[in-house]
Design a protein around this ligand. Sequence first.
Ligand code: DGL
Length: 277
Amino acid sequence: MMRPIGIFDSGYGGLTVFRSIAAMLPGYDYIYMGDNGRAPYGNRSFDTVHQYTLECVQWFFDMGCPLVILACNTASAKALRTIQQKDLPGIDPMRRVLGVIRPTAEVIGNYTRTKEVGVLGTRGTVLSDSYKIEISHFYPDVAVHQKACPMWVPLIENGEHTGAGADYFVKKYLDELMAEAPGIDTLLLACTHYPLIADKIKQYLPPQVQVVAQGDIVATSLTDYLTRHPEIDEVLTRGGSTRYFTTDDATDFNNQASVFLGKPVTSEHVSVATLQR
Ligand code: DGL
């Protein structure tokens, strides 16, 4: 039986993280699943994001995944802790679910000289304060300035991110953030969609501000995790395969996903069971 690493996102964005993981750890088997049928998660409540994410995690477990990565900041911010602490012990204490916020918080302080970091994310990620809390554990001297950018995911998902309409909203959010905290020298893209507009973001920032995407950070952290946890690493199968699933239309997914992954994608439709709670 195949025991792949599961990579989850509300939709397409996690593919920017998976891209880095697959490049750094090519030997494993992978299953990517996007909950496109219920995306975006960015503006949804804690309870809803938790419910949807848990249902998807259960689906990954049913598919044989011993380890699931929530490659979605919103799900990591709003559902991960509850899943790890409350749900997993009752489902299967031998499985693991990891997110993208902690590995990013662990290293982001090394990027900044001014000790001022900007965090761009969905409304859900920003309102959860997860980055502020996690970064303060590792770097108490670093100030975190957050900005919700609710228009960016819809622009990207509608293929408008390279057009002039995108420039308006990219500039607007960045100007607001930089006016509030001009000392920022490091800007974290804390939403898995944002690497697709990294060039536009750089265009509207002062030259001293560096833009940091999460893909390679999460992939490096996963590599380290597997080295430190041989009990998980040795149960993962190594066939070098990847299967893609979506809870929405597979053809739509294939068309969009290739933009995020940088290569053609063939996906399968899947229905995720609703958990009674
Ligand atoms: N993938 C989500 C994230 O990283 C953004 C998309 C959504 O709102 O569902 O926060």
